[in-house]
Write a protein that binds this ligand. Structure first.
Ligand SMILES: [Zn+2]
Length: 435
């Protein structure tokens, strides 16, 4: 934090050019440099590598994304649960993580004769939650979702980034369903992912069918692997999405569809994923009562729409260079009174915008000429200029990010158009057909 210039007082308006060049920053991947320049997130050696913290502007982006995800999940029939970020070692022995994934887990903590572990995934907790109640086939598919913390003992956790972190907030869900419901659930999850990428303005690099490879890191059961691979392949074919198969990329308990994105340097990473799992339902002895009155084993479909919020925001920062889609922008509207004489209508407009749930602020003439204020707000999606003529006519002169000017219109009409686009999570700045 020590090398940060005071900059302008308004969040989102601080400019890199006012800061002295720091040598090591030139080698930084894009999202790390932008994350610091835009006051989104940072790290501190005292907190430790791979443990970023979120500044107010970054937390705003993150919360907007989390709210979007929860809303989309509710509408798609998911129920949200909450579970702790720790569990007894025996839980992960049962799930198979201890045998197949221990290298990525934090060492256990000794506590009163037992050992607890920072969880490496949410799956075991959700399996336990499912198991805690009896279930009938009528409840299936039962979709449990959680935006929850998980931990990875990333030895190379780097300072300053969001992509290799030790503490992860994961958008996760597990669909417990009958075998003949799996393909539909996978297809529906792919639809949610496609919708989210549209809203975020992110283009996947490719869809990957991740299969097991040689080596002992996968659970046994050739028939289960064959069935789950066939179900994922069927869903991919029905989706019409182009995909490539890759050996050695499966989860230890089953194959998966990975949605790959590329970072600023062209390196690929997995953001979203859909997995079919016959293994953990068996390990946890999960059951439901079928129409025949007998007990049956459900299948677990693991799916993440946006992956971890850390990686998703890193991708958003890099993909948009900080010029986020309006619904994600830390500040969505900056109101620019040309002179002090327009201070009152500017303040009124910000109050009305805030009342509509928009993130808006006034940047007055004290911050410089109109031109310099417009340049400082270059990443803000919407500007409303109010000069003497606009104030007299009770209008605003709107400008869109990128410089496009619209004809003056009443402030309320401008705000309604913005709120409509934000509420619909549209990636574009303006809807030409809206009224
Ligand atoms: Zn899972």
């Amino acid at each position: 934090m020590s090398d940060r210039s005071p900059g302008a007082s308004a969040p989102g308006l601080r400019r890199a050019v006012t800061r002295p060049a720091v040598r090591e920053e030139t080698a930084m991947p894009d999202h790390r440099r932008l994350g610091r320049e835009l006051d989104l997130f940072d790290t501190d050696p005292l907190l430790g590598a791979g443990l970023p913290y979120w500044l107010p502007a970054g937390a705003t982006v993150r919360h907007a994304l989390e709210e979007y995800v929860r809303d989309v999940e509710r509408r798609a029939g998911y129920q949200h649960v909450c579970s702790p970020v720790l569990g007894k070692r025996e839980l992960y022995e049962l799930s198979g993580h201890w045998a197949h994934y221990r290298a990525d887990m934090f060492p256990p903590m000794d506590l009163g004769g037992e050992q607890v572990v920072l969880r490496p995934s949410l799956c075991p907790h959700h399996a336990v939650i499912y198991r805690s109640r009896a279930h009938s086939y009528r409840e299936l598919p039962l979709r449990l979702a959680e935006l929850g913390g998980m931990y990875r003992s990333e030895l190379s956790g780097v300072l300053g980034g969001l992509t290799r972190v030790r503490a992860i907030q994961l958008n996760d869900a597990h669909v417990f369903c009958a075998p003949d419901q799996v393909a539909d659930e996978v297809l529906a999850a792919l639809e949610l992912i496609r919708g989210a990428y549209r809203a975020m303005g992110i283009t996947p690099a490719r869809y990957r069918l991740s299969l097991p490879g040689p080596g002992g890191k996968y659970v046994a059961g050739a028939e289960r692997w064959r069935r789950s691979t066939a179900l994922l392949t069927e869903a991919l074919r029905r989706s019409g999405l182009p995909f490539e198969a890759a050996a050695g990329e499966a989860a230890f308990y089953g194959p998966k569809i990975d949605v790959q994105v590329a970072d600023a340097a062209g390196r690929e990473a997995t953001l979203s994923t859909v997995q079919v799992d016959f293994h953990q339902p068996e390990r946890f002895d999960l059951r439901y009562v079928g129409a025949d009155g007998a007990r049956h084993r459900p299948v677990m479909v693991h799916r993440s729409i946006v992956g971890s919020v850390e990686r998703a925001v890193a991708q958003l920062v890099e993909e948009h260079g900080g010029a986020f889609p309006p619904w994600l922008a830390p500040v969505q509207l900056v109101v620019l009174p040309v002179s002090a004489a327009e201070a009152a209508p500017a303040a009124t407009l910000v109050r009305r915008a805030t009342g509509l749930g928009l993130r808006a602020e006034v940047v007055g003439p004290g911050h410089g000429s109109l031109g310099s204020r417009v340049r400082a707000a270059r990443l803000v999606p919407y500007l409303a200029v109010i000069g003497a003529a606009e104030a007299a006519a009770e209008l605003v002169a709107p400008r869109l990010r990128g410089g496009r000017r619209l004809d003056p219109l009443p402030g309320g009409a401008f705000l309604a158009r913005i709120a409509g686009l934000v509420d619909a999570h549209r990636a574009e700045l303006w809807d030409e057909d809206a009224r």
